[in-house]
Design a protein around this ligand. Structure first.
Ligand SMILES: C[S@@+](CC[C@H](N)C(=O)[O-])C[C@H]1O[C@@H](n2cnc3c(N)ncnc32)[C@H](O)[C@@H]1O
Length: 218
């Protein structure tokens, strides 16, 4: 078996510290989330944010849709690397989180982000009915709806468009046969569905809690 890394917390910090620096407002969001205690785990990891930024820059993405914004760390991270005419539409049903996120976008003077505050399925159906097309969709909301989100989002991107899904390794539990709780099985079933979906190519990247990158083929 080829050599592979054991990604310890120490090594994760080393990677973060030797990759692109966070801006002051990105750091403010991370620190605010830490102050929330247990809820900080909702945020994507810093290494995931750095990876998404790189991906956006190399792929020339201009129009992003995010499902699940929490206090805005992933949205701001992605918006910061969009070109000036880029846009990011961010969906979340929680107005308290969304207002906090808005305050960070304003502090960063980041005007490319548009927030829609209501259940994401409603927003997605409206975006589909109005024939909106995005270059990249980032799915990071309630796991029970992952498949519903994915199926609508396939129609919101063109050939070559990206769908990126977070938490697909579910703390490593997806590969542990002894784990059979509701959420592990939801993610397992979702991963199985993606694997057999011939409309896209797929690649699971083991950063943070696991990201699947899907590219639409047709
Ligand atoms: C994991 S957090 C998103 C984290 C964010 N991407 C970040 O990096 O900070 C999930 C978010 O999805 C939102 N959410 C959960 N169910 C939802 C639904 N049905 N419609 C819209 N938003 C939902 C929650 O309010 C929460 O803010």
């Amino acid at each position: 078996m080829p050599k592979k890394l054991d990604l310890t917390d120490n090594l994760e910090n080393y990677i973060i510290n030797h990759s692109e620096n966070l801006t002051d407002v990105q750091k403010d969001i991370v620190n605010y989330n830490i102050s929330l205690g247990n809820q900080q785990r909702l945020q994507i990891s810093i290494s995931q944010a750095q990876f998404l930024q790189t991906l956006i820059k190399v792929s020339g993405v201009k129009k992003i849709l995010e499902i699940g914004s929490f206090t805005g760390f992933s949205a701001l991270s992605m918006a910061l690397v969009l070109p000036p005419d880029g846009t990011l539409t961010s969906l979340d049903k929680n107005s308290e989180f969304s207002n906090k996120a808005k305050s960070f976008y304003e502090k960063a003077n980041e005007k490319k982000i548009k927030q829609i505050i209501k259940p994401a399925l409603e927003s997605l159906n409206e975006l589909k009915n109005s024939k909106q097309i995005f270059d990249l969709v980032f799915i990071d909301a309630d796991k029970e709806n992952y498949l519903n989100y994915y199926e609508i989002c396939i129609d919101l991107i063109d050939k070559g468009g990206l769908i990126i899904i977070d938490n697909v390794l579910w703390h490593g539990e997806v590969a542990d046969k002894s784990k059979n709780d509701k959420f592990t099985n939801i993610i397992r079933d979702f991963n199985k569905y993606i694997k057999q979906d011939n409309r896209i190519t797929k690649n699971i990247i083991p950063i943070g809690d696991g990201l699947t990158i899907c590219i639409k083929k047709t």
